[in-house]
Design a protein around this ligand. Structure first.
Ligand SMILES: [Zn+2]
Length: 359
């Protein structure tokens, strides 16, 4: 495949509203097939590309504040429109933004505060109903369920820049043929990612929850690949991760297009290390007492059209096998002699507050 990846610079940063995306998607109206409607009345467009027999359904931003994979899909649409669509045996069905109300509000949930990824059985929301309807109508050979994960996930001592999951289909997490097919595709995507982000790819916990869309669609017989975009060093806006996501999706599509995926090559999936919640954003180590460490997490808030980050103290302690994306000695951020703990904490938070303004 000779695609040259380029980013669509018209859409960057964590906040991707429906209106902003819709403006860009006008360029691809020739692929627009039909649309659903969100709980607050916004359209949910579906794009169809190609005429091949292998139907592949991809959806992004079912969680409104998870835009990285949406930006990656925009880059893929740009690439296909400029460089041609190469996957002659495949037909893509793409829902770039399943939860436009949540995207506008920058919330995980939809307009009714329902987590759409826990609504796969109840189908109480219009967004879930739309996705299920498309799934039933096109009967996809594969699905790609696209998300973001928080900065708290790591792979050993590295951030989990991307995590994968071939969801379980029962409580005992049986390795069925459906799962094996998803695992085989993930194995190929991981192989290529290791050349770009060595040791920063994780495997998500496969506890079974049939309310989750990926588990439900796997249960219904379609291999479903969950991709979680995560943290790359100093990339809080996930513009670097976006590139790796786009390249991974293209790699997965190419593998499905070019091969008869039988699931026999699934074993290497289990060599991808499991990701863990073993990271925070900042760790400040007290020079005078090395076991006193201040663990800080950044919280995101939408202000106007911009997401801002603010530090919150998680805990003070000395956690084992726990890491931070940024580590400082206390003397670097605090040079007073006052040992009052509240005074130290407020100085640390003020220092980080100042630093994250640059994001
Ligand atoms: Zn999500």
């Amino acid at each position: 495949m000779n695609y040259i990846y380029t980013k669509d610079e018209r859409i960057t940063g964590k906040y991707v509203s429906f209106y902003h995306l819709e403006e860009i998607l006008k360029d691809y109206s020739f692929w627009r097939m039909l649309e659903g409607t969100s709980e607050n009345g916004l359209p949910i467009p579906l794009y169809r590309i190609g005429e091949g027999n292998k139907r592949i359904l991809l959806w992004s931003q079912m969680h409104g504040n998870e835009s990285t994979t949406t930006r990656a899909l925009v880059d893929i649409l740009k690439l296909f429109s400029e460089q041609g669509y190469y996957f002659s045996d495949s037909q893509l069905y793409i829902i770039p933004m399943l939860n436009p109300d949540g995207a506008n509000l920058y919330t995980r949930e939809n307009f009714n505060k329902v987590d759409l990824n826990r609504d796969a059985i109840n189908l109480s929301q219009k967004e879930s109903q739309f996705l299920k309807r498309i799934f039933e109508e096109i009967k996809p050979a594969f699905c790609f369920n696209l998300h973001d994960q928080r900065t708290i996930f790591g792979v050993k001592d590295k951030p989990a820049t991307i995590s994968f999951l071939a969801p379980a289909v029962d409580e005992s997490r049986s390795i069925t043929i459906i799962r094996k097919k998803a695992m085989e595709v993930i194995t190929k995507m991981n192989y290529n990612l290791q050349k770009l982000i060595c040791n920063c790819v994780g495997r998500f916990d496969d506890s079974f929850n049939p309310n989750c869309t990926g588990d439900q669609f796997s249960l219904l017989g379609t291999p479903t690949i969950l991709i979680e975009s995560g943290f790359y060093p100093n990339d809080y806006l996930r513009e670097q991760t976006r590139k790796y996501i786009a390249l991974s999706i293209l790699e997965g599509l190419k593998y499905i297009n070019d091969n008869n995926v039988t699931g026999t090559l699934y074993q290497e999936y289990f060599q991808i290390p499991e990701n863990r919640k073993n990271f925070c954003d900042y760790c400040i180590i007290n020079d005078k007492n090395l076991t006193q460490r201040f663990y800080i997490q950044l919280e995101e808030t939408l202000h106007g059209e911009k997401v801002t980050f603010s530090p919150k103290l998680l805990e003070i302690g000395n956690k084992q096998d726990y890491y931070a994306h940024h580590t400082y000695m206390l003397s670097e951020v605090y040079n007073e002699n006052n040992c009052n703990i509240d005074n130290i904490i407020s100085h640390i938070l003020a220092y980080i507050e100042d630093e994250v303004k640059k994001i």
